[in-house]
Design a protein around this ligand. Structure first.
Ligand code: ASP
Length: 347
């Protein structure tokens, strides 16, 4: 009799433990970009970013509670951040050197490995929804500039005047960066000052560059993973430059068998190192945990190569991971029971 009672007690404990584990499972993790330099982030900026992250993660969670798909969760969270001028995505995007806003985004379904992306769009209010439309309503994966704009229009997405994306803060920053570039242009006979700056494909990377791209990875009630990323790209980009954010395998990847990933940082490196897919491969073939996999890629591969930035990831058991070689990473996650955590500089 005693033994039966103790067995029943053990079973009850196990049930409570597994219910707790179920509740503690992370169902959505999002980021609002890597913070390159802590000293450049004002307390006000940090507070606005934290509030924006919390609002976005809750928007995605509301979808989870209604039984929505991982794709719906990712889209809902990213749309919120695209609409929030604090982030470098949608409204509030950085400017190209020609003074335009050119937006990139991608989304991937971990269940089917279907994906969609747009690059260089200029009139689509929510590029993440355009990326999803490419995935669901076209036979293609990536559409660019005018073609992508036309596709979004034909598919009834919200279309806005390009001026919608402009904020005064970003415009001011753009003018300052233009001025800095002019000042540092080599004068005839003088040593080339630009040699001291970080440059990639002719793109100067100002030291003030705060990435603030956005991304999300979700695990829905059915156990399906999805991931997405959205950005205005890098400040003062030229020549139709496209970064990693709309590149499947670099900025975004999701595979139900392993994890979902969204990246942020110096896109050229993330493309060359196929960052998002590399993380998935380390889990698949080397059987690394999600945290170990993101650390290997961000700390051991990108960092020595000079590729600054960060990733978030979520595995199919609801373990969230983040790794950054920048000073911080704006990020938030929410568990199945609705508890939100927001972090910036703490590892
Ligand atoms: N990765 C983006 C790009 O290179 C920038 C960012 O993450 O903020 O376009």
């Amino acid at each position: 009799m005693k033994r039966i009672a103790s067995l029943a007690a053990s079973i009850a404990t196990l049930l409570v433990l597994s219910a707790n584990a179920e509740e503690a499972k992370v169902v959505l993790v999002i980021h609002g970009g890597a913070a390159a330099e802590r000293s450049k982030i004002t307390p006000q900026m940090e507070a606005l970013s934290r509030a924006g992250l919390e609002e976005a993660v809750r928007a995605g969670y509301a979808v989870y509670r209604k039984g929505g798909s991982g794709l719906d969760m990712v889209e809902a969270a990213i749309r919120r951040m695209e609409d929030n001028p604090v982030f470098n995505a949608g409204r509030g995007a950085v400017f190209t050197s020609a003074g335009r806003n050119e937006l990139d985004s991608s989304i991937m379904d971990g269940r089917t490995l279907k994906a969609g992306a747009v690059a260089g769009v200029t009139i689509v209010k929510n590029p993440i929804s355009a990326a999803r439309a490419v995935m669901e309503r076209s036979p293609h994966v990536l559409l660019v500039s005018e073609g992508a704009n036309a596709f979004a229009r034909e598919n009834g997405l919200d279309i806005v005047d390009p001026a919608y994306f402009r904020t005064e803060e970003r415009w001011k920053e753009h003018l300052e960066l233009l001025e800095k570039e002019k000042q540092s242009a080599p004068k005839p006979g003088a040593p080339d000052a630009s040699k001291n700056k970080s440059r990639s494909a002719g793109l100067s990377i100002p030291s003030t560059c705060e990435w603030s791209t956005v991304g999300a990875v979700a695990l829905d009630i059915q156990g399906n993973l999805a991931a997405g990323t959205s950005t205005g790209g890098m400040s003062e980009k030229r020549w139709g430059r496209v970064g990693d954010s709309p590149i499947i395998g670099a900025g975004t990847y999701a595979d139900n068998e392993t994890c979902g990933v969204s990246s942020t940082g110096h896109g050229e490196f993330f493309i060359r190192y196929a960052v998002a897919h590399d993380i998935v491969s380390l889990m698949r073939y080397k059987k690394l945990s999600v945290q170990k996999a993101v650390d290997v890629v961000v700390q051991q591969k990108l960092k020595p190569a000079g590729g600054s930035g960060a990733v978030i990831a979520l595995d199919r058991a609801g373990h969230a991971a983040a790794s950054f070689n920048s000073e911080g990473l704006f990020r938030a996650f929410i568990t199945a029971d609705g508890r939100v955590t927001v972090k910036v500089f703490d590892r």
